[in-house]
Design a protein around this ligand. Structure first.
Ligand code: FES
Length: 106
């Protein structure tokens, strides 16, 4: 393994799954706008450049009824969100501050 290869400290997966059969899905609950906001905010804070955080799109994460959902590793913490304020709180408190956002945890 190369010495200078960089790995991310925390990996955030956001479900972007779209269903066309009427069943619940994260895409119908704002996941696309949320993903854009997360990427922009993480970049703005310099977290992606420093290697602290990576934001990735995911397919169905299997918790559709609780969605929209995010999961952050290595902690394995699951969140839901409603708006950009919720996403900012997850970034500020969890990704930067290292604490769980209890009110959004699922
Ligand atoms: S559609 Fe998002 S968890 Fe299943």
């Amino acid at each position: 393994m190369s010495e200078d290869k960089q790995f991310f400290g925390q990996h955030l997966f956001i479900c972007m799954n779209q269903r066309d059969d009427g069943r619940e899905c994260c895409a119908e609950r704002g996941a696309h706008a949320a993903q854009k906001h997360l990427k922009a905010r993480v970049k703005e804070l310099g977290l992606s450049r420093s290697g602290e955080v990576r934001v990735n799109q995911a397919g169905c994460l299997g918790r559709c009824e609780e969605g929209p959902v995010i999961v952050i590793y290595p902690q394995g913490t699951w969140y839901t969100y409603v708006d950009n304020e919720d996403l900012d709180e997850i970034i500020d408190v969890h990704l930067v501050g290292g604490k769980v956002v209890d009110r959004l945890k699922i």
